[in-house]
Ligand binder design. Structure first.
Ligand SMILES: N[C@@H](CCC(=O)N[C@@H](CS)C(=O)NCC(=O)O)C(=O)O
Length: 304
C-alpha cells in the first residue's frame, strides 16, 4: 500500500480535514509543507494548475479537493470506515454544507476580525475567496457571527440525544466536516469561546474528534515527493461514462476547474469521467506521467 503524501500547511482548515481522516484510519503519511500563498510552483507543477490546500499524492496519482481525498483514503484503507452506518451519500452531501454554509462565515470572520494578517496573505485571499466581499467585511461581522452560530447549533442539536458522534457511536467524515469550521473558529477568532458558549454539547464532542489524531506523520520535502511521482505510474482504470451529458471521450484534451473559487484550470488528456470523479493525464519531462483526480461534483469539465 503506498504511503500518502499530503501537500499542506499546518494552519489550513481544509488540511485539518484530511489530517483527521488520516488519523481516523490510523494511517502513516508524509507531509510536504506548501506556501500559504501563490506562487506555489512545486504544488502547481504537480497538479498542473490547481492551487488549493490540501492535495494528496499516492505515487503518480494526485488527488485534488478533500471530497476526492476522502474517497481515495476510503479506497486505500476501508477499515475503519469514514462512513459508519452506511451513510456514504449523506456523508459526502454534508461536505458541501460544511465547506460552504459553515466554512464561509468562519473564513469571513478570520479575515475580517484579524488586524494582524500580513498584507501579502490578505492580497492573495482577496483575489482567491470570490464569495467574500472584502470591502464590506467590517460591517458584515455581526451577520457572519450569527451564521456561524446557527450552523454550529445544527451540530449541537444532532448531539442532543447523548450520542458520541454525529451519526451514532462511531466517528466519521460527517464529524470531520462538522468539526473543521469550529477548529478554524476556535483557532483564529478571539471571541469564539464566548459566542459558542451556549452550545454546551460541542466542547466534549470536539475533544473526541480531535482525539482521532493525525495518524503517523513524517515531514518530507517537495523534491522527494516529485521523485516519488516520477518513479511511479498512475493507477487508473480508464473509462468514460457513455451516458455523460458532456459527450466527451477518453483521450480527448480537456480542462478541469473548480466551479466556486480558486478556479485555476488543469489541462490534460481525459482518462476517467464518471459520476464520482474526473481524472486527467499530464505528462512532463520532470515528472513523467501524472494522473490528476478531481471530484465530479463542483468541477467544470470542458474540451481544451
Ligand atoms: N474544495 C476544496 C477547498 C480547499 C480550500 O479552499 N482550501 C483553502 C485553505 S484551507 C485554500 O486553498 N486556500 C488558499 C491556499 O491555500 O492557497 C477542498 O475541499 O479541498
Amino acid at each position: 500500500m503506498p504511503t500518502p503524501i499530503l501537500h499542506q500547511f499546518d494552519l489550513s482548515p481544509f488540511a485539518e480535514k484530511a489530517r483527521l481522516a488520516l488519523g481516523l484510519k490510523g494511517l502513516a503519511w508524509r507531509a510536504v509543507d506548501i506556501p500559504m500563498i501563490m506562487p506555489k510552483p512545486m504544488l502547481t507543477g504537480l497538479t498542473g494548475g490547481y492551487r488549493k490546500t490540501p492535495v494528496m499524492q499516492l505515487g503518480a496519482d494526485i488527488f485534488c479537493d478533500t471530497r476526492r481525498i476522502a474517497l481515495a483514503l476510503e479506497h486505500l484503507q476501508p477499515d475503519p470506515t469514514l462512513f459508519p452506518a452506511g451513510d456514504i451519500g449523506l456523508g459526502l452531501a454534508l461536505s458541501h454544507w460544511s465547506d460552504t454554509a459553515f466554512f464561509e462565515p468562519g473564513a469571513g470572520l478570520s479575515m475580517g476580525t484579524n488586524d494582524e494578517l500580513p498584507e501579502p496573505l490578505l492580497a492573495d485571499r482577496k483575489a482567491f475567496f470570490e464569495f467574500m466581499d472584502f470591502d464590506r467585511l467590517g460591517e458584515e461581522i455581526p451577520h457572519l457571527l450569527t451564521q456561524l452560530r446557527a450552523q454550529a447549533r445544527l451540530v449541537d442539536r444532532q448531539l442532543a440525544d447523548g450520542r458520541r458522534f454525529m451519526s451514532g457511536e462511531a466517528p466519521g467524515w460527517v464529524d470531520i466536516c462538522a468539526y473543521f469550521p469550529l477548529w478554524m473558529a476556535r483557532g483564529f477568532l478571539a471571541n469564539a469561546t464566548a459566542i459558542l458558549a451556549p452550545l454546551t454539547r460541542l466542547p466534549a464532542w470536539e475533544a473526541r474528534v480531535a482525539a482521532l489524531g493525525h495518524g503517523h506523520r513524517e515531514n518530507i520535502d517537495a523534491e522527494a515527493a516529485w521523485a516519488e511521482a516520477h518513479a511511479a505510474e498512475p493507477q487508473v482504470n480508464v473509462h468514460v461514462d457513455a451516458d455523460d451529458p458532456l459527450g466527451l471521450t477518453a483521450g480527448q484534451r480537456v480542462r478541469v476547474a473548480a466551479d466556486d473559487y480558486g478556479r485555476d484550470p488543469v489541462e490534460g488528456t481525459l482518462l476517467v469521467l464518471d459520476l464520482d470523479e474526473v481524472v486527467v493525464l499530464r505528462e512532463t519531462r520532470e515528472l513523467g506521467r501524472i494522473a490528476v483526480h478531481f471530484p465530479r461534483m463542483g468541477y467544470r469539465v470542458s474540451p481544451a
